[in-house]
Design a protein around this ligand. Structure first.
Ligand code: AMP
Ligand code: GLY
Length: 443
């Protein structure tokens, strides 16, 4: 055995055996599937999970924001590694609480999660380290916010400072719309508790195509996963309100190797260094939302977790043990990028939502999935549950993600949409144009 082989054998034998995945969405279903595929054959549990995850891993009814409950579950089940899906438990300090009882986890501590939990904090870091981003100003006083707005051109973007599940951002076409957003997000009147005052960020509007970069970070080391593009608006042709994401594809063809190298130089490396320079020991996913403007790539936001539904298209393209990668990042020993293999296939995910999402929608609507799926198609469950009679029903706004992997993006789209048609649900709604921009470019 060479030294390299014995080193990798040693790492393989040292992988954790009992893994807890926290969360209940399509992202977590994709994480569970990828971790279960590890050659180390781990036992995987989820909290709280959903009806699809339950078919593959034991689900425990502990909510993703119940920090003491999750720590107790991890201890009771002798979990030796926790992979945290959503942002809320990260911001609430789940990783800190697990560390206090010596349970390692993948995901940043609360100080790192603030990069997602406060858009104002992130904007300050972007400005301090001169990372390209739109000019912006922060406000807690509606009168000052309106005065600022009146001096800026429309369209303009108004953002709630805190976590809002993708729904706290208003891209206002007119000043009147922007003023209405200010009044909604920043109610007038004195606040009794000063530090609970709501805050907003008003940001110049950028135009271009967006791309999502998922970067596995371990201190100053990082590995950038394959590119993807989300579709944030609820309606075809990018119309209607913003959502958590209605569909994705990977790779994002618009990000050429030369553009990716520029993004790495101007955005990813400086971001990872800035976070470390701020004294944050970040071990988890830094998800950088990027607008590809005519003047160059600009940061729209940081998230501190895997994207949903980006994960559903990125992980199936990974031809490397995800568990080993996440474990190495959490331990501070990321392998060289060359050790990670990516499949050449294209992946495309269509989100099946409940009609009415992202506003009001019904739940508990029966759902029937096809008995056999086209080749290369996976269904990731998101808002699904079993009713008292054991029937599969809807339980959320985003219900399923239908992901296809195929040699071309066109084939991936055809297969995913063929599977979408075979799903029966009275309230099913999905966009018909996922991947359209890239498909049109491909001709
Ligand atoms: P964020 O949560 O900050 O990424 O915002 C959610 C979505 O709003 C982004 O994915 C964009 O589609 C849009 N958005 C945010 N900021 C801007 C901006 N400065 N210019 C144009 N669109 C934006
Ligand atoms: N799909 C965007 C997000 O996960 O925030």
């Amino acid at each position: 055995m060479t030294t390299a082989q014995s080193a990798s054998a040693a790492t393989a034998t040292a992988l954790p055996k009992n893994i807890l995945v926290v969360g209940s969405g399509g992202r977590e279903h994709a994480l569970v599937k990828a971790i279960l595929a590890s050659p180390s054959a781990p036992r995987v549990l989820a909290a709280p999970g959903n009806a699809g995850i339950a078919a593959e891993a034991a689900c425990h009814p502990v909510a993703a924001d119940d920090i003491p409950g999750l720590v107790a579950l991890a201890q009771r089940e002798r979990v030796d590694f926790v992979v945290v899906g959503p942002e809320v438990p990260l911001a609430l300090g789940l990783v800190d609480a697990l560390a206090a009882v010596n349970i390692p986890a993948y995901g940043p501590r609360a100080d790192g999660a603030r990069l997602e939990a406060s858009k104002i904090h992130t904007k300050e870091i972007l400005q301090k380290y001169k990372i390209p981003t739109a000019p912006a100003a922060a406000f807690d006083d509606p009168a000052a916010a309106i005065a600022y707005l009146r001096a800026r051109p429309a369209p303009i973007v108004v953002k709630a400072d805190g976590l809002a599940a993708g729904k706290g951002v208003v891209v206002a076409a007119t000043r009147a719309e922007a003023e209405a957003a200010v009044h909604k997000l920043l109610p007038a009147g004195p606040s009794k508790i000063e530090n609970r005052k709501s805050k907003i960020l008003i940001e110049d509007c950028l135009s271009g195509e967006e791309t999502s970069l998922l970067v596995i970070v371990s201190g100053r080391d990082y590995y950038t996963l394959p590119t993807s593009q989300d579709h944030k608006r609820v309606g075809d042709g990018d119309t209607g309100p913003n959502t958590g994401g209605m569909g994705t594809y990977s790779p994002a063809d618009i990000v050429t190797p030369a553009l990716l190298a520029r993004i790495d130089r101007d955005i990813v490396r400086p971001s990872v260094n800035a976070i470390a320079d701020e004294g944050i020991d970040f071990r988890g996913t830094l998800f950088i939302g990027i607008m590809l403007t005519p003047g160059g790539p600009q940061v729209l936001e940081y998230n501190t977790r895997f994207g949903d539904p980006e994960t559903q298209v990125v992980l199936p393209r990974l031809d490397t043990d995800l568990l080993a990668l996440l474990w190495a990042a959490a331990r501070g020993s990321l392998p060289a990028a060359a050790a990670v293999r990516i499949r050449p296939e294209h992946a495309l995910c269509v989100v099946i939502a409940s009609q009415g999402y992202p506003e009001k929608f019904p739940k508990n609507i029966p759902l029937r999935l096809p008995a056999a799926l086209p080749p290369g198609v996976h269904i990731h469950h998101a808002g699904t549950a079993r009713d008292a009679a054991g029937r599969l029903v809807t339980a959320g706004g985003r219900v399923l993600g239908v992901t296809a992997l195929a040699p071309t993006l066109r084939e991936a789209a055809d297969r995913a949409y063929a599977a979408c048609e075979q799903i029966t649900c009275e309230t099913k709604y999905y966009r018909r144009d996922i991947g359209a921009r890239a498909l049109n470019r491909a001709g």
